[in-house]
Design a protein around this ligand. Structure first.
Ligand code: UTP
Length: 294
């Protein structure tokens, strides 16, 4: 059986980023840089590498830098051209999507992730779509969303990226109740948002990569705020269990929670160590630093 292709991705970027204040006072969390590019570009690059063609940003107030980042930078690029800086010009233009392939919608108030995704309903229309939380950054040989798309092409339905966490951390995540589980792909039987460790149905948690069916918007439309007084995406996803296939995939890469200081620093170190320009020197520096500390 063939399922409709995943052509569109939604990037909710209207959150307040309070855990990263004061860095996020005048700048979107998604513009924080890991190595040489902002988080939002890591996410868009990952989407593009899986064949996704249309990028839908759910913006809040003061987030126009994100739209500008994916536009031509006329003055900068004219200057680079005049100075013969071809390599720099290439890097500036590397990720400017085709005209018309970036869509910006507004979430006027940060009412939660579920509400942010619902704000993209007209731009998505009646087809399956990917959702990226750009502060979840995944480092690996294969793009995380590409792995999800491959599974979706076999199973159809909703597919989410999952990882095992220590039981004491279940109250930070959406947690799965699983049916059949082959150690790689788990059938989703239930979903609970941020359960306390003693009542969590498992230690398998959802991270910020999803493939969702358009029927999700009907559930989001009716969704009332729950945990944290926010409209939760998890609640709407839970309503789809039983009416369509629903799977969790243990992806192969390493995920960094760049919405926290620790995760952000770890991501910079991990991406830096992999980088061909700075990796060797960074490793020597880090080793020295640790030796002198210990
Ligand atoms: P987070 O909870 O990680 O982001 O939401 P936040 O609310 O900005 O961060 P803190 O907790 O205050 O530090 C996950 C993603 O959903 C988006 C965020 O921008 C982030 O990419 N989001 C969240 C919205 O777009 N709208 C919302 O109302 C809430």
């Amino acid at each position: 059986m063939t399922y409709p292709r995943v052509r569109k991705a939604v990037f909710p970027v209207a959150g307040l980023g309070t855990r990263f204040l004061p860095a996020t006072k005048a700048m979107a969390k998604e513009m924080l840089t890991v190595l040489d590019r902002p988080l939002i570009q890591h996410a868009v690059d990952e989407a593009a590498s899986a064949g996704i063609e249309q990028f839908i940003f759910v913006n809040g107030r003061g987030k126009s830098a994100i739209d500008d980042h994916f536009d031509l930078a006329f003055e900068l690029e004219r200057t680079l051209e005049a100075r013969g800086k071809t390599a720099e010009l290439g890097r500036s233009r590397a990720m400017v999507p085709m005209p018309g392939n970036v869509i910006s919608v507004r979430q006027q108030q940060p009412k939660g992730l579920g509400h942010a995704v619902w704000c993209a309903r007209h731009a998505v229309g009646d087809e399956p779509f990917a959702v990226f939380l750009p502060d979840d950054l995944v480092l690996g040989d294969r793009p995380c969303i590409g792995e999800l798309v491959e599974l979706y092409e076999r199973t159809g339905g909703n597919v989410v990226a999952i990882q095992d966490v220590p039981r004491e951390h279940t109250n930070r995540y959406g947690v799965l109740d699983v049916g059949e589980d082959d150690g790689h792909v788990a059938e989703v039987k239930g979903l609970v948002e941020k359960p306390e460790p003693d009542v969590a149905p498992s230690t398998l948690t959802i991270i910020g990569r999803y493939i969702l069916l358009p029927e999700m918007f009907e559930h989001l439309e009716r969704q009332e705020p729950t945990a944290g007084n926010e409209v939760q995406l998890t609640d709407a996803m839970a309503k789809m269990i039983g009416s369509a296939p629903f799977h969790g995939l243990r992806f192969s890469g390493t995920r960094f929670d760049c919405g926290t200081k620790l995760g952000f620093l770890q991501a910079n170190l991990a991406f830096g160590l992999e980088d061909e320009d700075v990796g060797v020197d960074l490793a020597a520096f880090a080793k020295n630093l640790l030796l002198n500390k210990g």
